[in-house]
Design a protein around this ligand. Sequence first.
Ligand SMILES: [Zn+2]
Length: 255
Amino acid sequence: MRIFDSHAHYLDSSFDEDRDALLENLFSADVCGIIEAATTAESSQKAIELAHRFPHLYATVGIHPEQAAEAADGDLDILRRLTADEKVVAIGEIGLDYHYEEYCPRDLQELWFRRQLELANKLDLPVVIHDREAHEDTVALLKEYKPRGVVHCFSGSVETAKEVLKLGMYIGIGGVVTFKNARKLVEVAAMVPKDRLLLETDAPYLAPVPHRGHRCDSSMIRFTAETIADIRGISTEEVLRLGVNNACALYGISL
Ligand SMILES: [Zn+2]
């Protein structure tokens, strides 16, 4: 049983006490790969440093829509420079967040989303998309730029999923699929083609049932995989295997 966590935030302060020990334990158990998702220029640099301490941890570089108000114009050049590092596998997480609009106005979110989509296309890197309560505008921009990549922690409808899949992109599914009220996501988990499904935690957030509400880590993907296996009528091992293979394919990783 091998686990690839395609989206986590181990730089979060909730891991300050035991970050290295926890990651060592995870990698010596079932976890074979983790993508650390950055949210600012500064965390992009730190994600790369973390990735250099753990051979099977990889980094994205990017500015999250909630952080776009604090980004400086020079940050785009910093990101471009950081992509030269061998452990950088994608631009992310980038996108639109209309739930936390008070952190950053929509036009500024869109400006940074466009800048980073352009950068990803120029560098031929995949993107990690954050879309919260902004499905229509996110899909419109994805149609315009046609990047490779994943819509992480997918929260849209089956119809939105179809549009994302039509663009050749992946759908990231995390612990939310195990929640009682996850009806929409259960429908999506049932219809995503085998070769377009990514597994993720978004650790430390969104721990799956039975750990809901607690600090999440990559080992908990087994519960998410179990739920998806039930939904699709296949084995948990098969779901985990798809998660590993698809993450390696999208991010160009050979384990
Ligand atoms: Zn995230």
